[in-house]
Design a binder for this molecule. Structure first.
Ligand SMILES: Nc1nc2c([nH]c(=O)n2[C@@H]2O[C@H](COP(=O)(O)OP(=O)(O)OP(=O)(O)O)[C@@H](O)[C@H]2O)c(=O)[nH]1
Length: 145
């Protein structure tokens, strides 16, 4: 019997994602704008790397473009692979504690500073593991969203 044809591995797209943490220990979620896949879902802000960019460079550019802020130091934290029907993405999460500038929702998103459990819904599937990592760090038990 013939072997089944191997499923071609879809190339993962690298995405830089910021976990911004404010002085009160809250983290920032933004809603995905209309017109994008998963519009209205809440996520950590970020976007795809462009050719030749490092994760931190891409994060700095994306947060400038989307939120109008200039980030300071970004600390690489976790990497997660997500397989969506529309894309396979490698999410590079970085923690950010410092930024300058006023938040402007340049893509018509909404922003919300959150603590656990998250009060906004729905959250993007790729966001759920991050909430679990934050919960583990904080010793938070119970549903995260
Ligand atoms: N920004 C962000 N993207 C995430 C998260 N979790 C997650 O699975 N993703 C996925 O990573 C990809 C990011 O792409 P994007 O569409 O936000 O980025 P972009 O602005 O560069 O896209 P575009 O210019 O092609 O529209 C999407 O497929 C999104 O579903 C998250 O927490 N934040």
């Amino acid at each position: 019997m013939a072997e089944p044809a191997p499923t071609p591995e879809r190339q993962a797209v690298d995405v830089a994602v910021g976990v911004l943490i404010d002085a009160e220990g809250r983290f920032l979620l933004t809603s995905r704008p209309e017109g994008k896949v998963y519009a209205g879902y809440w996520e950590f802000p970020g976007g795809k790397l462009e050719a030749g960019e490092t994760v931190v460079q891409a994060l700095r550019r994306e947060l400038q473009e989307e939120l109008g802020i200039t980030i300071g130091h970004a600390e690489p934290w976790k990497i997660d692979l997500m397989d969506y029907p529309h894309a396979r993405v490698r999410l590079h999460f970085c923690k950010v504690w410092q930024w300058t500038g006023d938040f402007e929702m340049r893509e018509g998103q909404t922003m919300a500073w959150q603590t656990l459990p998250v009060q906004v819904a729905p959250v993007l599937p790729g966001t759920v593991p991050v909430l679990a990592w934050l919960a583990a760090e904080q010793g938070f038990a119970g549903p995260t969203h």
